[in-house]
Design a binder for this molecule. Structure first.
Ligand code: GCB
Length: 601
């Protein structure tokens, strides 16, 4: 038997999905004795917690809790589900999870921001209440992705708490929905859709995977609501491919994010073994010299890096926040965003397809450093490789994904240490990223890949990308308060990027300044709304001069929570163009008038 499928469990006439979100029972396990003491059979002394949600901002004693915690809920099976395969599907669990049903271990998963599914049938009681117990552990450790740097080497910023190698709060828990899915025994197990164009005709290639090496026929169709194009695929040993030709196709694009409905039915049309349906955008994406072409036309990316972060929920999925964020992206005239610095919820990907946003899909590798031991490096290599494959598996069919990002700001030495970069750090990183690029390109040859670099990041690493993505902080971390000098430095930096990576398109994936909302200054001063707006305006003016710059993403979409630090007032990164509660700062109005007038031109 194959492992439980990752294919999103959209419901259909043969498939049902029930969301187990709600109030669950919860208990901390600071001594890590729960497993030994058999907590998986049922929890005592629990409190009530919301799922999905990060645990940190709900209770005083969980605010900075990084260890093991236990969740429990109960459910009953629908009688109509007998004879089906029943899976439990977790949108994510940060960072490691173990799952028991009725006291029996179903499986475990490592890695914080991706879904996993487990076969529930061996432990399921069809006629009784079922007790689901989940252990979640989120220790901050050096051998994970992302990693905690070695504290013993910190010098200046020892007060950062909790200590992370990255600039966002390490929220923990069951942050995404837990779904119970009933799927036929013989099922569409995997689907891969890739689109080519031939003049006005779009050719959608549909690769179908069926479990258990099934043989038979699949009826495949694409509908735009008026027209339906259909074909039959022969499935041999669980695999089959079919091409659907759509003449005068309505292609997916930001100005018209049109979605066709793809339907795959296995077996007899009158009584299909399984029907899988999903919305699909037809579009092509390619790098051509210094341009990124969507449906053969050059695109310029406007938008932001976006964190999953909100009051109380932490990183927990909040659909209302998601809708509001996408409305604000539209309001400001953005056509894109980066899932900084980890895979975002699948619901955001689905919505990006509907809103027509172009997504730079980033993995969980942030601030990777290469000065650690070989064991640590090997563990990170394993984890990142697994993450990249799982991310592509999850998101390969979203038209919105136009670029895979292997990670953000890998470092030659751990951040903020006095250590020198070890002599072999660049070489180690070059080999490490060569492996990661190879994994991404093998898993998805249809999209370009990148590695987002810190200002002046090693050219040997970033140069492996099809698109060069760089973060730049002239006027903030360098030349603070001096925008004229910052401008001169930026010009040099951009020209250097072009010299280092001739013939490749460049996206500036971060630039910005912290601004305390409501803090004003004339002349503009650091931390004021005016300084943030002036700095962003300066960047836009300079970036606009170079044809190889194909995207501008000010950092960040909204203010977000960070560890406590002397550089982070209110425990927040205040570089948001919107506040944490999503009101626009001065810079938001500036961007809106620039981006919307460019779009009208
Ligand atoms: C960066 C990081 C981002 C930080 C940002 C900052 O370079 O990529 O995660 O939040 O700088 O504001 O320091």
């Amino acid at each position: 038997r194959e492992p439980a499928p990752i294919l999103y469990p959209h419901s259909s006439r043969t498939r049902q999905t029930r969301d187990l979100s709600g109030l669950w029972r919860f208990r901390l396990d600071p001594d890590g004795r729960g497993e030994k003491d058999g907590w998986f059979r049922g929890l005592d002394d629990t409190r009530t917690i919301a799922v999905p949600c990060s645990w940190n901002d709900l209770f005083d004693d969980t605010a900075d809790y990084f260890g093991t915690a236990w969740y429990e809920t109960s459910f009953r099976m629908d009688p109509g589900w007998r004879g089906k395969r029943i899976y439990l599907r977790f949108g994510s669990a940060s960072y490691r999870a173990k799952v028991w049903l009725n006291g029996r271990l179903l499986g475990e998963h490592v890695g914080g921001h991706l879904p996993f599914a487990l076969d529930a049938v061996p432990a399921l009681r069809p006629d009784d209440e079922n007790r689901l117990v989940v252990m979640v552990e989120n220790e901050l450790r050096a051998d994970r992705v992302p990693a905690l740097p070695d504290r013993s080497r910190y010098r200046f910023y020892e007060s950062d708490f909790p200590g992370t190698a990255y600039d966002f709060f390490p929220y923990s828990g069951l942050d995404r929905p837990v779904l119970l899915c009933a799927v036929p025994e013989t099922q569409v197990y995997d689907l891969t859709v890739t689109t080519r164009r031939n003049g006005g005709t779009a050719i959608a290639q549909i690769e179908i995977g069926v479990n258990d090496g099934w043989n038979g026929r699949a009826a495949v169709s694409l509908s735009d609501g008026k027209r339906r194009i259909a074909a039959t695929a022969a499935i041999r040993n669980g695999r089959g491919t079919v091409n659907l030709q759509v003449s005068d196709a309505r292609l997916w694009q930001p100005s018209d994010p049109f979605l066709h409905t793809l339907s795959v039915a296995l077996g007899e049309a009158s009584a299909p073994a399984d029907v899988y349906e999903m919305p699909i955008g037809l579009r092509t994406i390619a790098v051509d010299g210094e341009r990124l072409l969507l449906n053969g036309e050059p695109v310029h990316l406007t938008g932001f890096g976006r964190h999953e972060d909100f009051f109380l929920h932490g990183r927990g999925l909040d659909l209302a926040v998601l809708v509001r964020d996408f409305e604000l992206l539209r309001w400001i005239g953005a056509n894109s965003f980066r899932t900084s610095h980890y895979p975002c919820a699948e619901e955001a990907m689905m919505l990006a397809d509907r809103y027509g946003f172009l997504v730079i899909a980033e993995s969980s590798a942030v601030s990777l450093a290469f000065s650690d031991s070989d064991d640590v490096l090997a563990a990170q290599h394993r984890q990142l490789a697994a993450d990249l494959k799982a991310r592509i598996q999850r998101d390969k069919n979203y038209a919105s994904v136009v670029l895979w990002s292997i990670g953000n700001e890998a470092l030659t030495k751990p951040f903020r240490t006095l250590d020198r970069a070890p002599a072999d750090a660049v070489a180690k990183g070059t080999a490490f990223f060569a492996d990661m690029f190879a994994i991404v390109r093998a898993a998805d040859p249809s999209r370009p890949a990148t590695l987002v670099s810190l200002q002046h990041g090693p050219a040997e690493w970033v140069g492996q990308g099809d698109v060069i993505c760089a973060n730049s902080y002239d006027g903030w971390y360098e030349y603070g308060g001096r925008l004229e000098e910052a401008e001169a430095a930026l010009v040099k930096e951009l020209e250097q990027l072009h010299t280092d990576h001739p013939g490749k398109p460049v996206i500036i994936t971060e630039f910005g300044a912290d601004a305390v909302a409501g803090n004003h200054a004339d002349p503009p001063r650091m931390w004021s709304e005016e300084y943030q707006a002036d700095m962003i305006a300066m960047y836009l003016k300079v970036l606009g001069r170079y044809s190889y710059i194909i995207g501008e993403h000010p950092w960040a979409f909204a203010d977000f929570k960070t560890p406590q630090a002397v550089t982070r007032a209110k425990s927040m990164n205040l570089k948001g163009v919107f506040t944490r509660d999503r009101t626009p700062k001065l810079a938001a109005h500036l961007l809106r008038s620039k981006w919307r007038s460019d779009a009208d031109a």
